[in-house]
Design a protein around this ligand. Sequence first.
Ligand SMILES: [Zn+2]
Length: 506
Amino acid sequence: MSSATPLTQPTTTPSDRLSEMLDSSARVEELSSAQEEEIQEADDDSDYETSSDSDDDGQNVHGWMASKLAPNLPFYFASPGSLVDDLETSTSVAQEKTMREVIALMTGKDQTIFDVNTHGLPHLLKNKHTAFLRTILGKYPPPFQVMDASRPWLLYWALNGLRTLGVDVSEYKQRCIDTFTPLQNPEGGFGGGHGHISHAAASYAATLSLALVGGLDMIDRRAMWHWLGQVKSPSGGFNMAVNGEQDVRGAYCCMTIHTLLRLPLTLPPASPARRAGLETFTSELGSWISKCQTFEGGLGGAPDNEAHGAYAFCVLACLCLLDSPSISIPKYLDVKRLTHWLTSRQCAPEAGFSGRTNKLVDACYSHWVGGCFSLLESALGLPKDTYLWDREALVRYTLSCSQAKKGGLRDKPSTRPDGYHTNYSLAGLSAAQYVYQYESKQEKERGEEEAMSAAFNWSYEKPSAEQRKQWCFDESDLVEAVHPVFVLPFDIVEATRMKFADKIGF
Ligand SMILES: [Zn+2]
């Protein structure tokens, strides 16, 4: 099914043939009824501004907006495409609704943010997003107990989002340390909540949060090395926890922690992988990852899983921890098929990215998919100013459709903003605004033979006035440069590298 479905309601029902093949319970529905109810609730909730017929003051602003907003909007962002699939499913209905809302925001018809930049797009509402992210670092009402296992993530999304907006987060250092102290287990690593066993995702988010506030000294690096050795699998991949599931999140999270903390490359003696004959944390990792590429060319979470944007980022970033992208990516992946799948993720007219084939646009993929392109482009060695994706389109989706008027960024119109989508929308915006480059160093620094170092070779170019014009944002809409592998601001990555420069191997 094309992402370009008709604006008019399809009149045909699912084909008889499909009905014969599958009964209704067996069909894949991409939006659950619960999720649809949530979206409906968001629509009805006047506290969360999405789209409306009039502004807060009751003025008729649409005529004024039409003249001011999106004066140079290309036609392919302003109208549905010409490819139509008349098979109606819950996904096609949701897709059409989303497309209508996106077009109404892109063209200014339903736009409620009137602070417009010189290109006719809403400005990035930095102050409001800052206020929104600060609330995430505050107290939570009882229903948030379901997020108990995600304490490290809540901190990382908020702190990284704030830092990406240029906000100094050092004031949160002590609170961060106080939060993570009971989550660090004596055997190494962090649990997601009090009393939880150590987990790769929680340990990743905790490590990055502590890097953001300058609190890395509280991490027991030797214990972390031992714990990482426990989750390294004899297959070459990583488990998410001891005896936990094995997928590419584990590989990316564990190798990111390992690299940032400059831990020894050799596996601890008690590691199950070491006992099975593997020598280092990187042994057999690339060949295990290569099994995760699917028939579509994208990457699944584990061998034989469906290709998915977030797993694609985990794979590419993990390979960029191992070596230069021009070496490690073509060594383990079919780059031609990967390029086809990745470039097919950018939607029209929505302009943002979807995470999977036949799925809807979603702002978190601004990072998960948008963040893949600098890694892939570097692997391909593309000429300067040659890109595989449409940066202007992602800037338009982020500024016009993803921002909530009262602060925070959201998945898509008619959904609520949250810390996760705010952080990854901003990281994706950074990927669209900056050009990241990998430069191989000729001479290795001391200790680099023993620790992972390739991912520290990235740099960035601040966008020129010409690029800002081409990609439709003002200098005041610029966010901080987010490192394409570590997903932290560049200066935080450099500070972390320097911190452990003399401590490689403890
Ligand atoms: Zn999302």
